[in-house]
Design a protein around this ligand. Structure first.
Ligand SMILES: C[S@@+](CC[C@H](N)C(=O)[O-])C[C@H]1O[C@@H](n2cnc3c(N)ncnc32)[C@H](O)[C@@H]1O
Length: 212
């Protein structure tokens, strides 16, 4: 991944931000040691950013597409009120088993509902409105997830899409995955139903606010 920031700047930003819970540290260590794909976790800096977004907007219902081992899911759950809900979708039962153990250990685990299977199928049985929809799964389906989230988000609700810079590859889209993400970035920019900003934080976080 192309990193245009000076070396160490993300670590510095992380050290100057409030840490996530001790349970997050434990989950990070287990995921890092067991999974080759451990870089899929949003990590401490983005996790804290997402958690603050939920707290600042007073979110009560969150939809997540792409749970993995549950790192971002736990961050959402910790920000929600006692009767809040995170509905999270993932296709991988193996990583979901890890997530479930950590949710069981968390005081916020009761807020989490897991849907296993292809997200486009799971979403047929999900009902809005959601205050926040977070898209962090297979890039080829991001466009379809975006349309589903436009339907499921409440008016003035947030849709957040992760990895919208794809390590800088969007500057010169060559493979189908990058072409799809680049096209979606431009589609969102021109979508009259929303306002948006693409933040060059980590791998690019697209913040979208549904207008009505
Ligand atoms: C980048 S990871 C999510 C990381 C997670 N948000 C975190 O912070 O730990 C992407 C996840 O999307 C899931 N995924 C891929 N294709 C999917 C599909 N068609 N439906 C549902 N989940 C899918 C993968 O199994 C993987 O766990």
């Amino acid at each position: 991944m192309l990193d245009v920031r000076p070396i160490g700047i993300e670590d510095y930003a992380e050290r100057c931000s409030k840490p996530l819970s001790a349970l997050h540290d434990k989950l990070w260590v287990e995921t890092y040691s067991k999974m080759h794909s451990h870089k899929m976790m949003v990590g401490a800096l983005e996790g804290q950013f997402l958690k603050m977004l939920a707290a600042m907007t007073g979110a009560r219902r969150i939809l997540e597409i792409g749970m993995y081992t549950g790192y971002s899911t736990l961050a959402w759950a910790e920000a929600l009120p006692k009767d809040g809900r995170v509905v999270t979708c993932d296709i991988n039962p193996e990583t979901a088993e890890i997530a479930k153990r950590y949710f069981a250990e968390s005081a916020h685990g009761h807020k989490i509902e897991i849907k296993i299977g292809p997200a486009l199928e799971s979403l047929k049985n999900v009902w809005g409105p959601f205050d926040i929809c977070f898209i962090d799964a297979d890039k080829e389906n991001y466009g379809a997830y975006y349309e589903q989230c436009i339907e499921l988000a409440r008016p003035r609700g947030l849709i957040i899409l992760d990895n919208m810079l794809l390590g800088g590859k969007v500057l010169d889209p060559a493979d189908p995955r990058t072409v799809a993400v680049d096209a979606l970035n431009k589609r969102i920019r021109n979508d009259p139903r929303v306002e948006n900003v693409l933040l060059p934080m980590r791998d690019g976080i697209m913040l979208v606010r549904k207008l009505s």
